[in-house]
Design a protein around this ligand. Structure first.
Ligand code: AMP
Ligand code: MG
Length: 331
């Protein structure tokens, strides 16, 4: 059966309360949601995505009161970040309350939590009256969905409902900041809120390196698998102004216009004005279109390494890593 499509947050909330799976739009990407306190519903999220259970889910809340049902403690610096950036594309990893199921947090004593800046999503969570655990609404390892249609295409027959919230405004997953007990706040994953914005509020924040992820957080590494966000076609990253090899079987993803567009089978220009904000919003959709275009090899220009360009480069690197995807080892 195909998922029901709705624009009514109350209907989506009812489905969540009944233990159903509801994909919903946020400002970052579409999430696949379940009542975070309903272990069976949460188990179905992992099953529908083909997501390994060592990868914890982000819990979405609609109010401070709901936050306090999920986390045991909000340190002062986290408080500052919440005041400044919620609702918005910032996930905080904080000490969890005992009754948050272990399946949600992959057995960790912490929980990733955020308040999305999407009015319909907030209404849905509010009406459901429970926090909503939701990873991105795509098969594990694949390109993230930024429209309701993307969700229907890849998970439509495995979930109950999609709350159509229109295209995602930010278009990249949330930035994840961990802040537990005595530890200084650390960025675990680059995303839709820039490190520059975070640092303007709380001062310098270190970014956990890939190696530190592997050594210290093998099971909590957020979106940190080397290959993730992956198209089906082989993808090569070029330097900012490097010319891709011409060919009708070549697809190109680039920030601004190329002078030689006719030499390629397909070209996706992310922003005529070079805006990284616009590029982020269009990034995953463009990657999907290139994957569907009649070309066999993809080339992508890397982005300027600041602001959202850093998160875009991170997604690009993972999308390009390793051999072309083989359905059986990614879902
Ligand atoms: P997704 O929703 O698919 O973008 O994945 C969310 C990411 O948040 C996952 O890759 C998790 O590893 C990360 N995450 C969620 N909870 C925690 C936590 N308690 N500690 C560290 N990372 C977390
Ligand atoms: Mg994901």
């Amino acid at each position: 059966m195909t998922a029901a499509l709705t624009t009514d947050p109350r209907q989506a909330a009812l489905t969540l309360r009944q233990g159903g799976l509801v994909a919903f739009g946020t400002e970052t990407v579409y999430g696949l949601g379940a009542n975070a306190f309903d272990v069976q519903a949460v188990a179905r999220v992992f099953e529908a995505k083909g997501r390994p259970t060592f990868d914890p889910l982000i819990v979405h809340v609609s109010s401070r009161e709901m936050l306090s049902q999920v986390v045991a403690e909000v340190p002062p610096v986290a408080e500052q970040l919440i005041n400044e950036f919620w609702p918005g594309p910032l996930t905080l990893v904080l000490p969890k309350r005992d009754f948050v199921p272990d399946l949600v947090t992959a057995g960790l004593p912490t929980v990733g939590v955020r308040m999305p800046a999407q009015p319909l999503a907030l209404e849905m969570i509010e009406a459901a009256g429970v926090p909503v655990a939701a990873p991105s609404a795509n098969p594990f390892g694949r390109v993230s969905p930024t429209t309701a249609e993307h969700v229907i295409q890849s998970l439509g027959d495995r979930i109950d409902m999609v709350l159509d919230c229109g295209p995602c405004e930010v278009g990249l997953e949330s930035t994840i900041v961990s802040h537990v007990h005595g530890d200084a706040p650390t960025v675990l994953r680059l995303g839709g809120l820039t490190v520059e914005e975070i640092e303007a509020t709380i001062g310098p924040v270190p970014l956990l390196t890939a190696q530190q992820h592997e050594e210290h957080l093998p099971m909590a590494a957020p979106g940190s698998l080397a290959r993730h966000y992956a198209p089906r076609k082989p993808l090569t990253i070029l330097r900012e102004h490097e010319v891709p090899p011409p060919g009708s079987d070549v697809g190109v993803l680039t920030l601004m216009a190329l002078c030689s567009e006719a030499s390629f089978g397909a070209v996706e220009i992310l922003s005529q004005t070079g805006s990284l904000t616009e590029a982020a919003a269009r990034f995953f959709g463009a990657l999907r279109r290139l994957d569907a275009a009649p070309v066999s090899r993809l080339y992508a220009h890397s982005f300027p390494d600041h602001g959202l360009g850093r998160a875009l480069n991170d997604r690009l690197t993972r999308a390009a890593a390793g051999a072309p995807a083989n359905e059986s080892n990614l879902t």
